[in-house]
Ligand binder design. Structure first.
Ligand code: NAP
Length: 268
């Protein structure tokens, strides 16, 4: 009898810390799917993609440091992933490998559980792949982004691509916006005592979202809560970007609440 188990992979380096396998496998079990999600620590992403083709892997998540490099090994790239310049999701369909980005749809889903981004202003901290996903998400949802970064050279380049204003991170205290999004690693464990924005400046934002989910409540989110802003955890984005991958691969809506519970259980 043929083995019907669908295989999904995570390609990254490192992957040992990743909670994606727990989250995905719990979702497949609940959905009654014969599917397995397996993390692989890879050295060469082109080789990993060649192996995925040979092995008939149905889909793959792509994480640090391969989200840009993987694009050269795929047959087609979705226009949003092309604009962002990063692929975090590979989908095998009719013998071809397609590249998508669910960081931006995951971020939007996380924001939308709190408010409608249309017509809102956003200060986005960072100019890397996560910030580019946030810029695209805000643009697509009808919001107005301001890019705020440490390196002015990089900020200028990215802001020109997305057609938005930019500012140096040291001047964040002068910024007022509906929502602040931290797309830098500042405050991530083991440097949990750091924050990209001083506490006093946080009153200038009604919502403060941190893409970091370890720790669950970063210093930025704690201080935002303390000054009366609404904190939005990076955990929500993590869960929604994973859920969007499952929806793409299977066409079925996954159990998002369960996925969130599983990650939460394993974070604390
Ligand atoms: P990245 O490409 O390395 O970009 C990092 C950005 O942060 C750069 O613009 C860099 O500024 C800035 N930065 C780094 N260290 C800094 C410091 N000490 N002071 C000031 N600025 C600093 O990283 P990324 O892939 O975009 O990811 C950013 C964060 O988002 C990470 O924490 C990642 O874990 C998180 N993330 C979360 C999710 C989720 O699902 N929750 C998804 C994707 C990413 P310069 O340009 O000046 O170097």
């Amino acid at each position: 009898m043929a083995n019907k188990t669908e295989i999904f992979a995570l390609f990254g380096n490192p992957v040992a810390h990743s909670l994606s396998a727990l989250m995905h496998n719990a979702a497949y079990r609940k959905m009654g799917m014969e599917a397995l999600y397996v993390p692989f620590c890879v050295k060469d992403i082109a080789e990993a993609i060649r192996a995925a083709r040979v092995l008939g892997i149905r889909g793959a998540s792509i994480t640090i440091p391969f989200k840009t490099d993987v694009m050269a090994s795929l047959d087609e790239i979705d226009p949003s992933a092309r604009t962002i310049g990063a692929v975090n999701t590979v989908f095998s369909r009719e013998g071809k490998l397609f590249g998508f980005n669910t960081d931006w749809t995951g971020l939007l889903a996380a924001l939308r559980t709190h408010f409608d981004p249309a017509g809102k202003t956003f200060a986005i901290l960072g100019a890397g792949g996560a910030a580019r996903a946030a810029l695209h998400a805000v643009r697509q949802s009808g919001g107005g982004p301001l890019l705020v970064n440490r390196s002015m050279e990089r900020a200028q380049k990215v802001a020109a691509e997305f057609g938005c204003p930019f500012l140096e991170l040291s001047r964040i205290g002068a910024v007022r916006a509906d929502c602040l999004i931290n797309a830098t690693p500042i405050g991530m464990s083991p440097h949990a005592d750091a924050s990209p924005v001083c506490r006093e400046a946080l009153v200038n934002f009604k919502w403060v979202m941190d893409m970091i989910y370890n720790p669950l409540e970063t210093r930025l989110l704690r201080e935002a809560r303390e000054v009366g802003s609404y904190p939005i955890s990076g955990l929500d984005m993590l869960v929604h970007q994973g859920a969007e991958q499952i929806r793409l691969w299977t066409g079925v809506e996954p159990p998002r609440a369960l996925m969130r519970e599983i990650v939460l259980e394993n974070l604390t």
